[in-house]
Design a protein around this ligand. Structure first.
Ligand code: B12
Length: 271
């Protein structure tokens, strides 16, 4: 028995997360997550420079907080008819990201107020800053699966969600994984819609990476091609020079819209 009643704690946290804005919430264990495909593949997969900062962490290495036991992962829906949730406002991160940050912050504040014996940590987004692989966490927490588009896909919202997590130093009952797999019999609209052909050929072999579960499931997702599209999106934003007022800063900023074809083309979670 832990220092807190883990069943009571976990059922309260699942309820609170939804009250504070999460559309989906689940729990997985740190021990299980450490064995997941992204952790074992990342050290063997060349990384793209994604505005990469100086870091002492090796690819796939996580700066787990001391005593880390359970991951609470939340998802916030980013529906097609609310595209602005995903826009970058100059250097300001998308409003949807702010929603995720606020929800996790509120949860941690609630834990601190009600369970002072529990240590809770807000996990950063960037893996090189000690973040975790969020799609693996969401799949392990039973919120859905990792689809052929290499995105986490939920029954409720398809891949049109964004993820974030907090970690606590208490063993909690896990909520997953599930056997949900809508990609099995799908027409693979997502793979055809990528403007860069990021899924057009196998680039990672199971023997080379040392595991069967690969990017895009079968090793056909190229993060380099995908990243090229994002670079083009930045160029397009500069050409368009669409200036808007950012709230709450009040600054006039340039709007940046990244490609979302692999998620918007997915039929799952659409009526
Ligand atoms: C770095 C990064 C990028 C890089 C590289 C992407 C990559 N996959 O490598 C770039 C800039 C190219 C990028 C692009 C995009 N990204 Co990005 N990205 C990240 C980040 C920070 C880390 C991802 C990473 O390095 N993964 C590790 C590499 C080694 O693995 P992988 O390619 O994902 O492949 C693994 C999985 O597929 C896994 N897997 C496959 N099947 C199964 C089954 C099970 C059961 C499990 C557990 C795992 C598993 O195994 C593979 C390894 O062998 C995450 C946030 C985070 N902290 O997790 C966001 C994240 C993955 N990105 C996100 C999004 C939305 C995008 C884009 C749509 C761009 C956009 N408009 O925002 C594209 C889509 C790319 C795609 N189809 O995969 C979301 C995805 C949400 C979702 N529904 O899944 C995340 C989670 C951020 C967030 N806030 O929610 N991204």
């Amino acid at each position: 028995m832990d220092r807190v009643n883990s069943f009571k704690f976990s059922s309260s946290i699942l309820k609170k997360a939804q009250e504070f804005g999460a559309d989906l919430v689940g729990i997985t264990s740190v021990a299980e997550l450490k064995e997941c495909p992204s952790y074992t593949a990342a050290p063997k997969i060349p990384q793209v420079e994604v505005g990469q900062r100086e870091s002492d962490l090796e690819p796939g290495e996580v700066d787990w907080p001391a005593g880390a036991k359970s991951v609470i992962v939340i998802a916030i829906s980013h529906p097609e008819d609310e595209p602005e949730l995903d826009y970058w406002y100059g250097k300001h991160a998308p409003p949807g990201n702010q929603k995720l940050v606020d929800t996790v912050d509120k949860l941690i504040e609630w834990i601190n107020d009600n369970y002072e014996e529990v240590e809770a940590h807000h996990i950063p987004y960037h893996v090189e800053k000690g973040g975790i692989f969020l799609k693996d966490a969401a799949a392990m927490a039973g919120l859905g699966c990792v689809g052929k588009n290499n995105l986490f896909v939920s029954p409720e919202y398809g891949p049109r969600v964004r993820l974030r997590a907090l970690i606590v130093d208490v063993d909690l009952p896990v909520t997953g994984p599930t056997d949900f797999d809508p990609c099995a019999d799908c027409e693979k609209y997502c793979l055809q819609k990528c403007p860069q052909g990021s899924f057009s050929s196998i680039i990672y072999e199971a023997a080379e990476i040392g595991q069967e579960i690969l990017p895009g499931r079968i090793g056909n997702y190229s993060r380099f091609k995908c990243n090229e599209q994002m670079e083009k999106d930045i160029e397009k934003a500069e050409e368009r020079n669409e200036m808007v007022k950012h709230e709450p800063s009040g600054e006039m900023v340039q709007l940046l819209k990244y490609c979302r074809n692999c998620e918007l083309s997915c039929p799952i979670g659409k009526e």
